[in-house]
Structure formats: structure tokens, C-alpha cells
Design a binder for this molecule. Structure first.
Ligand code: 6PG
Length: 469
């Protein structure tokens, strides 16, 4: 008997999704390339490891895998983004038939997804570029899914995706049709950008508390006490991490302070720059990781310029309020980027629905995210929604205070500082951009607009001639 759904790529995420599908009663086929020079058959070994995979069919032959699936075939790819995905699609394409659906669930760049969709459509194959968030545990127990592509393709695979997805507070699946082309992967990319800034804010909080003489355990106690009012998955895991000991030491103290990345934060920063959206916190959290990578330089610099001083004068309440304010700004910037991309690409993204599918399963789920579907549905500017206004008015002084104190004692807080600087700029009716306009006109005759004629007309001044007059 043929199976209902196929999965290619039995890495950490692929394996967990197979078990999730099997757990929901789907008969599945699983394929992993037979590793050359190795004895074991990855798919067979995996099947034998878990009782829920009793009915699942394992393959290391792609043709046999394809033949085992009911038509139209539904095949999900969970292979590394980039070249490996293209190579696999090349191999798979000749084996498929018209109306088969391929779902690609890696962290792919949205422009690759668009190209792949076009390529497959020439052959009558339907393509869904699907963002998958939640890591290994999410994939196993319910990820947040962001499928994009042809709506007709999504309809065919919808029952499978909705069944395996996490469920929100109303038991609705954390999976919704995102939009055409690469929109699913674009949305996942921005999810990761927001994730970068959320992670960096917590890292900065940890640093501030360490500089005020707290042990990881004491910091964990403080962060743990925040959960009642400002919970998030990332806060929870941070508390766990800070409490973890190895032998007689905090494990965190033994972890090298150099952070890597796989590219999505970089892509989000580029997309924000291309679309003209000041997603400054995402960009800054990416660059904070880059600064961390220069460990050798940092060591020499510290030896030359001296260490950051203790920052004992920052109290817990200030840090908490600053953290809450900064999170609001981060979410605003991320959703503003999504809104702009939607308008430019004509994707018609439903931002409220996006926030809803991020309330569970994904890495950026949080109590704040749970409030966003209603706020975004109201159509209000997120930073002008009455609830946000009340909160930001209350917390902004702490954000300013925290950043000033950290700057004075040389504790780097790049993302907190982007939050307050963005806020100050974005809430200033007058900025010094008039001087930028004048400078551009002075050296390059780029022209400028005036505020005394409604900004309608273009002007140019011969600055050298009028100098001083
Ligand atoms: C998720 C995560 C996941 C992964 C990213 C992070 O939503 O489940 O975002 O996709 O952690 O690869 O990438 P970096 O390696 O760039 O931090």
C-alpha cells in the first residue's frame, strides 16, 4: 500500500518531523541518501529506533521512495539550505509527475524559493516554501509553520501541516497560508531577525547583571521572577542555561564568547536596508555577533584600554523595564519590515495572523506575542496603540537610564541602545536631516525640498555664491 506523505533528509529536524507525522497517524515514506563508504542505512536504522515508525517505509533509493507515494505525491524536503537543496531538487525533478507537491522546509533565502517555484511550475510540479520554527523539540511536538507559494498547492498539503503544527491558545494550528512566492521563507527570515535581537537583549541583560557582581544563578533568579509578567521561550531557556552546572562550575562560564550564525539575521538586515526600514535592533544584534567573533582583537584592545567598570548603580527594576520597552521596539521594527515587504511584493500578508502562528511552537513565542494578534488586527500603529503607549511612557525612562549607565561604565549594550535611539528619533517631529539635505545639495547639487512650500518643489542653491549672505 502506498504512503500518504514523504520526507527527504533525516537530519535533526527531518527526523523529528517524521516522528511527529507518524504520531498523528500518517503513513509516511522517509528517504536519506546512503552515506558513501558507510555501512548503516540511515533511514532503516532510524525506523527501527522508534516504535511510532512501525508503519513508516525507509529508503536510501530516491526512485523507490518516489514510487512508494500516493499521487499526487506530497514530499517535504528537510535538507540544508542553499546548494544541497538545489542538488536534491535537480535529482528529484525527473522522478516526479504533474501536480505532485514539494514542500521545502529549510531556512532558504526567499529569492531562491521564488526561483525554485518558477522552475518546478514549468514542469507542472507545485512548490511550497515553508518556514519551520521551533528547533528539534518544536519539530517533534509541534512547530510553527509558515507555508508560502501557490494557494492550490497549500490546500493539498494543508491537512498534514495543520495536524503536525503546534496549537495556539484556542487550539488552532500555528500554521497559516502566508502568501505567494517566497513569502513563507521571507516571513521565517524576519522571525529569525526578531529572534536575534531577542537573544541579544537577554545576553546584554546577563552581561549587566554579571557586571553588577551577580553569579549566573543570581541572574537566573531575577530572570525567573520576570516570567509572571514578561514570559518567553527565550527567557525560559536562558534561566535554564544560567542554572546549568558542570562539575563545580557554571557551564556558561566555560563557553567561549564568540557567536556564530547561519545567515538569516544577515539576510534580514540586508532586506531591511533594501526596503528602507530601520530594523536597527536586528542589524545591531547581527553586528554584536560579528564583534564577538573578533576575540583576539578584543583581548588586545582590553589590555590597552582597560576593562569595563562595575555598574552597581543599575537596579533590577530599571533593567526589567528597559527590557520590556526594548522588546516592544524590536517587535515593532520586525512587523514594520514585514508590512513593507508585503506592500512592495504585493503579498498581502496578514500580520495579525502571523503573530498568532508565532504564539506557540516557534522560538520567539512569548506573552508579548500573545498580545500582538489583537493589536495588529485593530490596524493601529503598534507603537500608538493605547496599551503600548501606556507601557512605553512608563518604561522609557528606565531604558534611557540603563543605556546611559552602561555607556558610562563601558558595558556594551548595542541593542538596548538602538532601542532607545530608534525611539528617540522615531518620536522626534524634527530631525537634523535638513542639514543632510543641504550638504548633499552643496557638494553634489542633489537638490532639496523646503518646509515653507509644503515640500512640493525641488530646490537648488548655489551655496558657494550665497556663502555668508
Ligand atoms: C527556529 C530557529 C532555527 C535556527 C536558526 C538560527 O526558528 O527554529 O530560528 O531556524 O536556530 O538556524 O540561525 P543562526 O544559526 O543564524 O543563529
Amino acid at each position: 500500500k502506498k504512503t500518504e506523505f514523504g520526507l527527504i533528509g533525516l537530519g535533526v529536524m527531518g527526523k523529528s518531523l517524521c516522528r511527529n507525522l507518524a504520531h498523528h497517524g500518517f503513513r509516511i515514506s522517509m528517504y536519506n541518501r546512503h552515506a558513501p563508504g558507510q555501512e548503516e542505512h540511515i533511514a532503516t536504522d532510524f525506523k527501527n529506533e522508534f516504535p511510532e515508525l512501525r508503519e513508516a517505509l525507509p529508503f536510501d533509493d530516491l526512485q523507490a521512495f518516489v514510487n512508494s507515494l500516493q499521487a499526487p505525491r506530497k514530499i517535504m524536503l528537510m535538507v540544508p539550505a542553499g546548494k544541497p537543496t538545489d542538488l536534491l531538487l535537480e535529482e528529484l525533478l525527473p522522478l516526479l509527475s504533474e501536480n505532485d507537491v514539494v514542500i521545502e522546509g529549510g531556512n532558504s533565502h526567499y529569492t531562491d524559493t521564488r526561483k525554485r517555484g518558477e522552475l518546478l511550475s514549468v514542469h507542472g510540479i507545485l512548490f511550497v516554501g515553508c518556514g519551520v520554527s521551533g528547533g528539534e523539540e518544536g519539530a517533534l511536538n509541534g512547530p510553527s509553520l509558515m507555508p508560502g507559494g501557490e494557494k492550490s498547492a497549500y490546500r493539498i498539503v494543508r491537512p498534514f501541516l495543520e495536524a503536525i503544527a503546534a496549537k495556539d491558545g484556542n487550539r488552532e494550528p500555528c500554521c497559516a497560508y502566508i502568501g505567494p512566492e517566497g513569502s513563507g521563507h521571507f516571513v521565517k527570515m524576519v522571525h529569525n531577525g526578531i529572534e536575534y535581537a531577542e537573544m541579544q537583549l537577554l545576553a546584554e541583560v546577563y552581561h549587566i547583571f554579571a557586571k553588577t557582581g551577580r553569579s549566573p544563578d543570581q541572574t537566573a533568579d531575577i530572570l525567573g521572577s520576570w516570567k509572571a509578567e514578561e514570559n518567553s521561550f527565550l527567557l525560559e531557556i536562558t534561566v535554564d542555561i544560567l542554572r546549568t552546572r558542570e562539575d563545580d562550575h557554571w557551564l556558561i562560564d566555560r563557553i567561549l564568547d564568540k557567536a556564530g550564525n547561519k545567515g538569516t539575521g544577515n539576510w534580514t538586515t540586508i532586506a531591511a536596508a533594501e526596503l528602507g526600514i530601520p530594523a536597527t535592533m536586528i542589524a545591531s544584534s547581527l553586528f554584536a555577533r560579528y564583534i564577538s567573533a573578533f576575540k583576539d582583537d578584543r583581548e588586545i584592545m582590553e589590555a590597552t584600554y582597560g576593562q569595563a567598570s562595575e555598574t552597581s548603580h543599575i537596579d533590577k527594576k530599571t533593567v526589567f523595564e528597559a527590557y520590556r520597552a526594548a522588546r516592544l521596539v524590536n517587535h515593532y521594527q520586525g512587523f514594520r519590515l514585514l508590512r513593507e515587504a508585503s506592500a512592495i511584493h504585493g503579498w498581502d500578508l496578514n500580520l495579525s495572523e502571523l503573530a498568532r502562528i508565532w504564539t506557540n511552537g516557534c522560538i520567539i513565542r512569548s506573552s508579548l506575542m500573545e498580545k500582538l494578534p489583537a493589536i495588529l488586527r485593530s490596524g493601529d500603529h503598534m507603537l500608538l496603540h493605547p496599551e503600548t503607549v501606556t507601557s512605553l511612557k512608563a518604561w522609557k525612562p528606565s531604558l534611557s537610564k540603563l543605556v546611559s549607565a552602561c555607556v558610562e561604565s563601558a558595558v556594551p549594550v548595542p541593542v538596548f541602545s538602538e532601542a532607545i535611539n530608534f525611539f528617540n528619533g522615531f518620536s522626534s517631529a524634527h530631525l537634523p536631516a535638513n542639514l543632510i539635505q543641504a550638504q548633499r545639495d552643496y557638494f553634489g547639487a542633489h537638490t532639496y525640498r523646503r518646509n515653507d512650500d509644503g515640500g512640493e518643489k525641488i530646490h537648488h542653491t548655489n551655496w558657494k555664491k550665497t556663502k555668508g549672505s
